[in-house]
Design a protein around this ligand. Sequence first.
Ligand SMILES: [Zn+2]
Length: 185
Amino acid sequence: MAKKRSDTTSPPAYHRNAKLDEVMTGTTVFNVPFPKDLSSLKGMSPIVIKHPYSIDYLHSYGQDSPFFAGLANRKLLGTRCGCCQYTYATPRLHCANCGAETDWVELPLEGRVHTFTTCYYGSEEFLKDTPFHLILVEFDGADTLLLTRLIGVDRPEDIRIGMKVKAKFRRNSQLKPTDVYFVPG
Ligand SMILES: [Zn+2]
């Protein structure tokens, strides 16, 4: 049975003096100049406001997750193709060589500098660390290289192709690729 409407006879309730609360946070302005002649508005400079912006972004490592679990446990993990034995120092879940699914393997914690570059500019996260050295590390038993950071060397002139380097891990893992870095071996 339909509910009987009881408000059809009473007048609508309007609050003609309703107001939103004023705010004193963010961009609060008290006096914006405004011309009498609207035609001059076309020459107005753009208004720019400062607006803090932050988000919590849930990012899944998906099938790469074991690599980060390894870093948190001071282990460097790569993957190996069970079919053709091609071994990836930067893990790939499927073999780029033959397409087969790979297996996780532990990499040695020592390797050699295959090549390097010194960065004098970086993205926001790394800008404060410039200049810093990036190296590609080659490992015994791996067919690809690992991009990582070399610390403990001040000048690029002191880095040698083929020099021995060893892995170190941040004690407090951030579950990021930067949890591992290398120092001269
Ligand atoms: Zn393969």
